[in-house]
Design a protein around this ligand. Structure first.
Ligand code: NCD
Length: 304
């Protein structure tokens, strides 16, 4: 890949994306051949926000490449508690590892941190900003289930604060995709993302009702309302529980609709949907390992 750091999905060209997805497919086909590729190398994990999938799949990926991780641990048990700045922590940890993964509650944190390090830094979520590695595994799952060209996708839920949405919407502009955004008025896409999509010439429509578009969709990408990002709990309560899907909702969908969700879900997808052929969100989460293995392999092979 051309880039030292992966900060937003905006920096990824179609060729970059295909390079990662093709490498991930190689990993899937023959994981053992990657088993010793990065033996002796270390990945630094700095997670300032909760994470299950992203952190554990990065750790699993590095170990499956023959490497290991050094983990800052929780904010509570680190020197962040003593008042250390992000820049200082990142500068120090970058000396312990060959690449870094950062998740932080503030938008722009990864970009700022990247200015203090000379190893590759990967943004694993910066507040309501971006989450480009989630996007790569989303794209991998979409490519496997529906293909990435001549695709109609619905992206539903918290489009305002959902960083996975911002990154996915940007990345999809590299492909022949019609994007339909479904949300309450108060959680529409931020103006900046709408601007990016417009600049990229994307085909985009916005809706408040899923019914208006569901029958057309190849993929429905459902997201959690990002409760922790609401400045006011009352605001959250006003929209909580809207935009849920169950088997009855999906009766109007095409038989081959693929339903995705970056997880964790709260109540957006009823558990009964898990048993249908539409549900691909656990497969999507599992794809986090081959896709992150592919990404780390590409980021580390340049200076192997
Ligand atoms: C997402 C995130 O952290 O943005 N989770 C994930 O990485 N799979 C989505 C979310 O928290 O809703």
């Amino acid at each position: 890949m051309r880039h030292d750091h992966l900060l937003t999905a905006k920096q990824l060209s179609r060729e970059d994306i295909e390079t990662v997805l093709d490498r991930a497919a190689e990993v899937d086909a023959n994981p053992a051949s990657f088993g010793e590729r990065h033996a002796g190398r270390l990945l630094g994990l700095c997670f300032y926000e909760p994470s299950t999938r992203t952190k554990m799949s990065f750790e699993a990926s590095m170990k499956r490449l023959g490497g290991d991780v050094v983990d800052m641990g929780s904010v509570e048990s680190s020197s962040v508690k003593k008042g250390e700045s992000l820049a200082d922590t990142i500068r120090v940890v970058s000396g312990y590892a060959d690449a870094l993964v950062l998740r932080h509650p503030l938008m722009g944190a990864a970009k700022m941190a990247s200015e203090f390090v000379d190893v590759p830094l990967v943004n694993a979520g910066d507040g309501a900003g971006h989450h480009p590695t989630q996007t790569l595994l989303d794209l991998y799952t979409i490519r496997e289930n529906a293909g990435l060209d001549d695709l109609t996708i619905g992206i539903m839920g918290d489009l305002k604060y959902g960083r996975t949405v911002h990154s996915l919407a940007n990345a999809l502009t590299n492909f022949d995709v019609r994007q339909h955004f479904v949300s309450p008025e108060s959680l529409k896409l931020p103006r900046s993302v709408r601007y990016d999509l417009h600049e990229a010439g994307a085909t985009v429509r916005e809706h408040t009702e899923l019914d208006d578009v569901l029958p057309e969709l190849d993929v429905l990408y459902v997201t959690r309302i990002q409760r922790e990002r609401f400045p006011d709990e009352n605001e959250y309560q006003r929209v909580a529980g809207e935009y849920q899907i169950d088997e009855a909702t999906l009766a109007a969908a095409r038989d081959d609709l693929t339903v995705l969700h970056p997880l964790p879900r709260v109540d957006e997808i009823a558990p009964e949907v898990d048993e249908t052929d539409h549900a691909k969100y656990f497969e999507q989460a599992h794809n986090g390992v081959p896709v992150r293995m592919a990404l780390l392999d590409l980021l580390l092979e340049g200076d192997a």
